[in-house]
Design a protein around this ligand. Structure first.
Ligand code: BGC
Ligand code: NOJ
Length: 820
């Protein structure tokens, strides 16, 4: 069953009923000001950091679902029906949930448009953040379809958050006394803590003169009422309340008379603004916000023409970004994910890492070191300059040991000490991110960039040295089988082999009562080989033979360790626990085979020559593949194992305990292409492709336009149900798998490689790929059943499958490929 449809032409998903199985959300904002918005206008906004600079309040895990947001109300001010009382409703359905005669929500690239109709009044609201501005626009277009004049009140309402979302949700003894606002010329300013150390404030403005306002929540809602039936809306009377403490809100009322057929635009602006510390107040000795620099911004965007321009610029921005890679394949799901939604999700994960979604509260994890490095793999081609900045930012949180803080706060860019480091895979992801950046851009200068450790001044060293320390970090931490020690966890955050957590509420990752000199990870072994091979290629490129030789040596040693202790006969093992016992082996009763090492070891090239890769992938197909995707491991853990940690805390079929982790599936797809099985790779690709799952939306439940982290595995009662959509490494990795490995269009150190491993049923496909400033127009035709490539560039045959870098000044190239 579907709840909407894809409008590919407009690059929108159109939700056609408001009661989706879960709120189906979208993101507003591209650089500093962000918001999440659901299909019923739920959600919240923040400036840069969802925890530390939260603008509006959102009650997670609430009932009814998703009931705080950017709400508008419409009230019919005409004669009141004595029985049913005054008619008022939410044009976005929530929070009043009055049934609408028409409803449609269009989620697009950086904007959401919600259109509905009730009682002859059509309301269409466009929500977006103009590029380079710290504000969001809600542009409401009202149309009167009645035969007579409609007298309406329009209300906009937001609940301000007292900035730090964690403190806001916990510190009521203080917070109920600190809320402050100003209302001047119809603009509501939220200025809690502005009197002391803050130099920023939020505001709600409207293009029309107000007929009323409220800034104290209880005054607007009325005692013991909710957002679904505000007293002020019901009665039509606002009380001009000024919040002193309690819950500051911004609620505005305007009145609109619409003749039959008349249309009118009303613009609301919710924004964030900073003043220089010494110009906070005006007059200087007052406590009044200095509005000199904010008013011009507000004045600009309350004009429909400016809004129109800003919206067009946003559309162009996305046209430009998306045009960097477009494909035409025989399959719609592939086309729309590659051309639109997957790449959009990649941008969102780049911006937000794991901070704010319907499942990430914004107060939790901030930016992940591992996560953000992997997000870059899908992002580098989009805005390489931003990828470069991010790489430097990440590397600056690295510790002198080569280890890394597991997470950092986007606002401060500092590593989070409460979590710390020792997730022993973390540093290796930095190598892969930098390698991807180099292959995309050829900007070798980045390796010389001076980057500090732990953000400490005077510790700067070239980025290249950071990478070497990443490699050395693993080598300094080898266990009894010469495999890497796992530390707190590796990619699988829930495989906590040194944790032994026995008290409720302890963190599985940071509880550590073992020295951790025994438990090893085959996964990190594979990842190490992958990363060290990149270091080898980099050393080769730099002409550093000694370095290259050293890399080759450690690669070979690690491969030897994997073959001697990490191979189980039919698949790669997963780990050794703190007692030196194997995990991910047929010797185990539960957790016999895991997906991660099959993916990463084959991606690292292990066993490709001698058939063991094939064997590992066949075992994966046999034991782990399901119609809803490949589960993480089997058999699922049926109970909690002290020595395994969080993985066994989940009921079977969920999350790391045998759920389908959409992040790891693409590793298998890539591995399949590496052994030449394009059909198998593509089959796996489609199993979790969100668009291909659209028709089972009632089972899948999450948005059909983005990947979710997890789909419940076959051991779960609700097998096939997705959770944790949007902020997941699944975005970047699925994008890499389909574009670089299945379609086979792959940046390398030497140039763009084209080595498709497409399904045998495809006769051809086309692509346009911007690469190092050149437009590659690619056409692939299948003439035989294999994957051998015959390459022609601008009409000339070229040997191999890498297109040599063109002469400077070349604008575009015609690439023709015959697969035989
Ligand atoms: C989740 C993991 C996640 C980790 C982050 C765990 O509870 O299951 O997926 O990576 O938390 O801290
Ligand atoms: C989600 C985390 O963000 C990611 O870093 C981790 O690798 C996976 N969960 C698996 O545990």
């Amino acid at each position: 069953m579907r709840y909407g449809y894809f409008d590919d032409e407009s690059r929108e998903y159109v939700v056609t009923r408001p009661d989706t199985p879960l709120p189906w959300i979208n993101y507003l904002g591209c650089e500093e000001y962000f918001g999440i918005i659901s299909n019923t206008a739920g959600g919240y906004s923040f400036y840069r950091d969802a925890r530390l600079r939260r603008l509006t309040r959102y009650r997670y895990n609430n009932a009814p679902l998703d009931s705080s947001g950017r709400y508008l109300y419409l009230r019919d001010d005409g004669p009141v029906d004595q029985e049913s009382g005054p008619l008022f409703w939410s044009p976005s359905w929530q929070p009043t949930r009055i049934p609408l005669e028409e409803y449609e929500c269009r989620h697009g690239m950086g904007y959401t448009l919600i259109r509905s109709k009730l009682a002859g009044v059509e309301a269409s609201t466009l929500y977006f953040v103009p590029l380079e501005e710290n504000l969001e626009i809600w542009e409401l277009t009202l149309t009167n379809h009645r035969d007579e004049t409609a007298s309406l009140s329009v209300y906009a309402a937001v609940e301000f958050n007292l900035w730090d979302a964690m403190d806001d949700a916990t510190n009521f003894q203080r917070n109920y006394s600190i809320g402050e606002v100003e209302v001047v010329d119809g603009i509501i300013y939220h200025k809690t803590e502005y009197r002391e150390r803050r130099t920023h404030f939020a505001y709600l403005a409207c293009s029309e003169p107000l007929t009323g306002f409220d800034t104290q929540r209880e005054a607007f809602l009325g005692p013991y009422r909710g957002w679904d039936s505000p007293l002020a809306v019901e009665t039509g009377e606002m009380s001009a309340s000024i919040a002193h403490g309690w819950q500051p809100i911004g609620a505005q009322q305007i009145k609109v008379q619409l003749r039959a057929g008349e249309q009118k635009k009303v613009i609301f602006i919710l924004g964030y603004h900073e003043n220089p510390a010494d110009e906070k107040f005006y007059p200087l000795d007052s406590q009044t916000i200095n509005k000199r620099s904010v008013l011009p911004v507000i004045k600009k965007y309350i004009q429909p023409g400016e809004v129109e321009n800003a919206f067009q610029s946003l559309r162009l921005y996305w046209d430009e970004l998306l045009s960097k890679f477009q494909v035409t394949t025989p399959d719609t799901h592939t086309n729309r994910m590659v051309n639109i939604w997957n790449v959009y999700q990649v941008m969102i994960t780049f911006n937000l890492s794991r901070s704010a979604s319907y499942f990430e509260s914004g107060i939790g994890r901030g930016m992940g070191f591992r996560d953000s490095n992997q997000d870059l793999l899908g992002f580098v081609h989009l805005v390489p300059e931003r990828a470069r900045e991010r790489i430097i930012e990440l590397a600056a949180t690295q510790l002198p040991s080569g280890g890394a803080y597991h997470q950092y706060q986007p606002l401060t860019k500092r590593g989070n000490n409460d979590i710390g480091g020792n997730f022993n895979d973390d540093p290796l992801w930095l190598v892969l991110a930098v390698a991807a950046y180099l292959k995309e851009t050829g900007d070798w200068g980045i390796l010389d960039e001076a980057v500090p450790y732990d953000n400490q001044p005077r510790t700067e060293e070239p980025l290249y040295e950071h990478l070497q320390r990443s490699i050395q970090y693993t080598l300094d931490r080898l266990g009894p089988h010469d495999l890497p020690l796992i530390g707190r966890a590796d990619w699988n955050d829930c495989l906590n082999l040194n944790c032994f957590s026995d008290s409720p509420g302890q963190s599985f990752q940071t509880t550590n009562n073992k020295e951790g000199m025994v438990a090893e990870s085959v996964f990190i072994g594979g990842l190490f080989v992958l990363a060290a091979k990149e270091m080898l290629a980099i050393a080769d490129h730099l002409g550093n033979a000694e370095q290259a030789e050293a890399c080759l040596k450690v690669v070979q040693e690690m491969e030897a360790a994997i073959w001697s202790a990490g191979w189980d006969g039919e698949w790669f093992r997963r780990a050794y626990d703190d007692f030196g016992r194997v995990l991910g082996s047929r010797e185990n009763d539960e957790g016999q085979i895991f997906i991660e090492p099959q993916g990463v070891c084959v991606m690292a090239g292990l066993g490709i020559e001698d058939g063991r890769a094939l064997q590992a992938l066949d075992s994966t197909a046999e034991h782990l593949a399901t119609p809803h995707g490949i589960v993480l491991q089997q058999p699922a853990f049926s109970k909690y194992y002290l020595h395994l940690g969080e993985i066994s805390s989940y009921p079977p079929g969920y999350k790391e305990n045998a759920g389908v982790f959409c992040h790891t599936n693409p590793w298998i797809m890539i591995a399949e292409t590496m052994i030449g099985r394009g059909d198998k790779a593509y089959d796996y690709y489609l199993r979790i492709n969100p668009s291909a799952r659209e028709e089972i939306s009632d089972i899948h439940k999450c948005e059909p336009y983005v990947y979710a982290q997890m789909i419940a595995g076959k051991d779960a009662p609700d097998y096939g149900e997705a959770k944790n959509s949007w902020l997941t490494g699944a975005a970047a990795w699925n994008y890499v798998a389909i574009t670089q490995w299945i379609l086979g269009i792959r940046p390398t150190y030497e140039g763009l490689q084209i080595a498709p491993a497409i399904p045998s049923s495809w006769d051809s496909f086309e692509a346009v790929r911007m690469y190092r400033g050149v437009r590659y127009e690619i056409k692939v035709e299948r003439h035989g059943s294999g994957s051998n490539v015959r390459l022609e560039v601008d009409g000339n045959a070229v040997s191999g499958d890498i297109i040599p870098l063109p002469k400077k000044g070349t604008k575009s190239m015609d690439v023709f490929i015959i697969l035989e």
